[in-house]
Design a binder for this molecule. Structure first.
Ligand SMILES: Nc1ncnc2c1ncn2[C@@H]1O[C@H](COP(=O)(O)OP(=O)(O)O)[C@@H](O)[C@H]1O
Ligand SMILES: [Mg+2]
Length: 304
């Protein structure tokens, strides 16, 4: 079987495989007998025309389609990446994860809307508009609160704000720097200060989980910020919650961030392209292998 892994950045023979998760996926695919190549969107020309449905233009050549595509473009995926994977989908190639699922979790407000509709716990969240209704914010969200960019990763677009003056200053600052992205204002879950849970789901299984703890005194527990990680047991309750969350978005694989809240969990965010260096370092799970076993199972079922 042939598979293509699509990444956001330019493919570079010397540095692309320096990224831990991608390198592990590459090694694991070979170990599973899969012939996998890594490409970025700019290497394709998605040409839409009747009679052009059995191939795609790759590096200037008409190329046969692969048996599957694994998308590794993360929450910063742009229009070119999304349109390419929609093109793959229109050509009938099995895609892990599908473009609709990626788009839903790329937007943290849309994620909240869909989770709350499904009855799943999410912190109170509001779109940050030009004129903020401070009365409503203090009644429904409270202070301190978390200001977030709609899309983001590694905790980079996430700030804890103590009061309305600080938020107003930040909004002015972003306007002055012509930043035109959107923000959300979110209830701060103080029980979870500097710690959270990452659950990794592949297919219908929560394959591994870890507890992350900030090592720099921040409220953000991301592994990429140097957070300490330890294996976290997957109880039936945790597994059921994780599967319900992934079902809302119909993801094939995802990383779910959960916040500690009173006696349960609240969803923080869902990642369609989670890294797994931290998880493999503190659990006995071969995450890369789990992904390809799932893909092979799905492809075999399609053939039956
Ligand atoms: N509402 C919140 N309450 C408490 N902690 C939060 C909240 N939102 C985020 N965090 C902390 O900040 C980290 C980064 O937030 P997240 O929304 O997952 O952003 P990113 O997409 O950059 O990982 C989380 O892993 C968690 O530790
Ligand atoms: Mg996160």
């Amino acid at each position: 079987m042939t598979g293509w892994i699509i990444i956001r950045n330019q493919v570079n023979n010397t540095s692309t495989l320096n990224e831990y998760s991608l390198r592990r996926l590459h090694e694991s695919a070979a170990a599973e007998g899969l012939n996998v190549h890594i490409y970025s969107p700019n290497q394709f020309k998605p040409f839409v025309s009747l009679g052009e449905q059995n191939s795609i233009y790759l590096c200037g050549k008409q190329t046969p389609l692969p048996d599957f595509v694994l998308v590794r473009m993360g929450s910063k995926i742009e229009y070119d990446g999304l349109s390419l994977i929609r093109h793959f989908q229109s050509l009938g190639i099995p895609i892990f994860n599908k473009p609709d699922s990626i788009e839903k979790v790329k937007d943290k407000l849309y994620t909240a809307q869909l989770l709350l509709k499904a009855g799943l716990p999410f912190p109170a969240t509001m779109l940050c508009t030009e004129s903020i209704d401070w009365q409503l914010v203090s009644e429904k969200i409270g202070f301190p609160l978390v200001l977030k960019t709609i899309s983001g990763s590694k905790g980079e677009g996430v700030i804890l704000c103590q009061n309305k003056e600080q938020i107003s200053e930040l909004v002015l600052f972003f306007n002055a720097s012509h930043y035109n992205g959107n923000f959300i204002l979110q209830q701060f879950i103080s029980d979870s200060f500097g710690r959270d849970i990452r659950v990794f789901v592949v297919g219908n299984k929560a394959v591994a989980a870890m507890k992350r703890s900030a090592s720099d005194g921040s409220f953000k527990a991301n592994f990429s910020r140097g957070g300490h990680v330890e294996n976290y047991p997957i109880t039936q309750e945790l597994s059921n919650l994780a599967i319900r969350i992934k079902d809302v978005f119909q993801l094939d694989l995802c990383g779910i961030d959960l916040l500690f809240h009173e006696n349960g969990f609240m969803v923080c965010e869902v990642n369609s392209c989670p890294g797994f260096e931290g998880l493999e370092s503190c659990t006995n799970t071969d995450v890369a292998r789990e992904i390809f076993i799932h893909i092979k199972k799905e492809l075999t079922q399609k053939l039956i």
